[in-house]
Design a protein around this ligand. Structure first.
Ligand code: PHE
Length: 466
């Protein structure tokens, strides 16, 4: 029985191989891990996580966030990998191949749209990061107090030219890697750089912890005060969890399609989620003690890390070199995420619209940059333009992270749990019966019932229906 299953699995394998004779893919397990973790770990952990925690009052929010990662994040991630590796195509193509009827491919299209939106505002912040590389390089924070450091950020991010220039530079870097492809582009870079980022964050965290009054920051981050939780915080936590894990829009369907049939999808999902969460919490421990030590406001919004971190570097021996290394690595972390976002769009254009890779990349990157310009200017010249009471930047971020990603995640688990066929799901997770998957029943129960219900409740709750 088991051996029959293995033969079957290997047959689908062979068919897929023939199908995809020229298909690019990852070459090693470590390569996949770095690419997937590279996608997950990015500005979402170091820039977005601390400020969203700050805006939502700290510890209690963190608990809700962790609950969502465990209960919804990991199962959604596994489902995406399953769909991608089974389908051997981009987000749209995989749904199309694995489903009947016209509905499901639209979930792929929704993901591609989300990717596009996220790339637009992501490149704004990545551009800021590049400016900070430049400022660090030219030792521009030397001898400045926290107010002056704040003023630098204020002047820079509201101006009309430099942020746009950096945004364009960042998009060119992203497109460059994507044109190079999976093995020679995505895998090659992420493999070297991710471990380095971890180390540096650790050093910064230690310095932050040894600042005066550091314990207040830790208390803010870890001591739950449930009175600070609102219904809005649940949606924010859900959006942050999905954004940070890169799930809900087909990034991991796309990457899953490049994963070799011998790799253990459950284990990869678990490891990536743990690494991502660890980095986010480390970023929190690096930021909040400093926030309180310098008497700053944790609910400062998107500028939080740019206002806080230079102050920490000032207090460090060798601050110059640490600041420089940090912003370089943050740029790289952003890059290993932005390429995974762009790849969603490019894989679709190459496989479904039959466009050459290079041309697809240029078109997609250009289009995202154009939308991105509006995001960047929404901190300056377009500050007063509002969509549903939010700036352009905030409304794109909100729509993509808090609406499109959770909605995508909902459909992804429903598809995997109810439409893909549990036999196929098990086949994919066990590599055709070769490896054991513990807790398969629990996984199925979550993707069939718990995850869909939880996502729907958080949604209805946040729009005030329940
Ligand atoms: N997870 C990435 C980060 O934390 C951002 C991202 C979102 C990447 C969605 C891919 C898909 O920075």
């Amino acid at each position: 029985m088991a051996s029959l299953a293995i033969v079957n699995y290997q047959n689908t394998n062979k068919m897929n191989l023939e199908d995809n004779a020229k298909r690019d893919g990852f070459s090693s397990k470590f390569g996949i891990l770095c690419a997937a973790a590279g996608s997950a770990i990015g500005l979402g952990n170091i820039w977005r996580f601390p400020y969203v925690v700050g805006d939502n009052g700290g510890g209690a929010f963190l608990l809700v966030y962790l609950g969502f990662i465990l209960l919804l994040g990991i199962p959604v991630m596994m489902s995406e990998f399953v769909i991608g590796r089974r389908g051997q195509k981009n987000a749209y193509g995989s749904f199309k191949k694995l489903s009947k009827g016209k509905f499901w491919p639209w979930i792929g299209i929704m993901g591609i749209l989300a990717a596009f939106t996220i790339l637009a505002f992501y490149s704004t912040i990545a551009g800021w990061t590049l400016e900070y590389v430049y400022l660090a390089l030219t030792n521009s924070f030397k001898g400045l107090g926290s107010e002056e450091i704040g003023a630098i950020f204020e002047t820079f991010h509201t101006s009309d030219f430099m942020p746009l220039l950096w945004q364009v530079v960042f998009m060119i870097m992203t497109a460059w890697i994507i044109i190079a492809g999976v093995k020679k582009g995505i895998e090659k870079y992420t493999k070297i750089l991710m471990p380095f980022l971890f180390l540096l964050l650790l050093i910064i965290l230690i310095r932050s912890l040894t600042l005066p009054d550091a314990s207040k920051g830790l208390e803010f981050l870890f001591k739950p005060d449930f009175s600070k939780l609102t219904t809005k915080s649940f949606l924010e936590a859900l959006g942050q969890a999905f954004f940070s894990l890169s799930i809900g829009m087909g990034t991991l369907i796309t990457y899953g399609s490049y994963v070799d049939k011998k790799n253990n999808l459950g284990r990869i999902s678990f490891e990536v989620s743990v690494a991502d969460t660890l980095i986010a919490i480390m970023a929190g421990i690096a930021i909040f003690p400093a926030v309180f030590s310098f008497g700053m406001n944790p609910a400062e919004g998107p500028g939080l890390i740019f206002n806080v971190l230079p102050n920490i570097f000032q207090q460090m021996t060798g601050g110059y070199i640490f600041a420089l290394m940090f912003f370089v690595l943050l740029t790289i972390a952003a890059l290993t995420s932005s390429i995974s976002i762009l790849e969603v769009v490019v894989a679709y254009m190459v496989e479904e619209l039959n466009l050459p890779r290079r041309r697809s990349t240029i078109i997609a990157a250009l289009a995202a940059t154009i939308v991105g310009v509006f995001c960047t200017l929404s901190f300056g010249a377009l500050k007063n333009v509002e969509i549903f009471n939010k700036t352009i930047f905030d409304s794109l971020d909100f729509t993509a992270s808090n609406i499109l990603l959770p909605l995508g995640g909902l459909f992804i688990v429903v598809f995997t749990g109810w439409f893909l066929g549990l036999k196929n799901v098990k086949d994919e997770l066990t590599n055709g019966g070769i490896i054991k998957v513990r807790l398969f029943i629990v996984f199925v129960f979550i993707i069939r019932f718990i995850a869909p219900v939880a996502i729907v409740i958080v949604f209805l709750n946040s729009i005030g229906v329940i």
